[in-house]
Write a protein that binds this ligand. Sequence first.
Ligand code: COA
Length: 174
Amino acid sequence: MPAFPIKDGRIVVIRKAEPSDLDRIMANLEAVAKEGRWILTEEVTPERRERFQKALTATDQLHLVAIVNERMVGGLDLAPYFGGPKKAKHVVGLGMQILDGYRGLGIGTALMEEAIRWARNIGLMKISLSVFSNNEAAIRLYQKSGFVEEGRLKRQFKIMGDYVDEVEMGRWLG
Ligand SMILES: CC(C)(COP(=O)(O)OP(=O)(O)OC[C@H]1O[C@@H](n2cnc3c(N)ncnc32)[C@H](O)[C@@H]1OP(=O)(O)O)[C@@H](O)C(=O)NCCC(=O)NCCS
């Protein structure tokens, strides 16, 4: 299990999620969703939970969790793009969240390094994601990890009263 020092001197362990992590992963997703500004998810429905439970044992996707002092503080998911049609078998979609209070410490960077390594190892060619244009930390992380902006849907979302763009970003692995 890879372990990295983070900026406050603690250690983060990055490992693959296990079925027994389901409750904690869903609780973390719900906590970030409730902040109302970073991700599209607004609540964790029973259907979402059920889909994620199945996803945890699928071999064509990656679900990582980040642990600091035995607390699960974040995670990253790579899943087949649009469910994995043949035309897009070379692409995975990325989503990630770190709990408030654990951001800006390098945990996102550590998760991303593991994700890129996994995607390359299984021969994928591209990681794709979308991010709100006002999410500076996320965009900074993606840019420093080699993602480039590929397109933008103007004023696609309204968050806390402000219109923001949906920025499409991609990381070619070839
Ligand atoms: C976006 C997110 C995953 C980034 O993870 P993180 O652990 O906070 O990121 P890191 O600490 O590894 O920092 C990555 C880079 O972003 C920069 N960064 C971190 N916080 C920042 C902030 N508030 N503003 C601007 N840049 C910031 C860091 O400086 C770092 O760049 P550097 O290496 O050049 O210093 C995390 O903040 C998060 O989960 N946010 C809420 C949910 C979310 O936005 N998910 C992504 C939706 S697309």
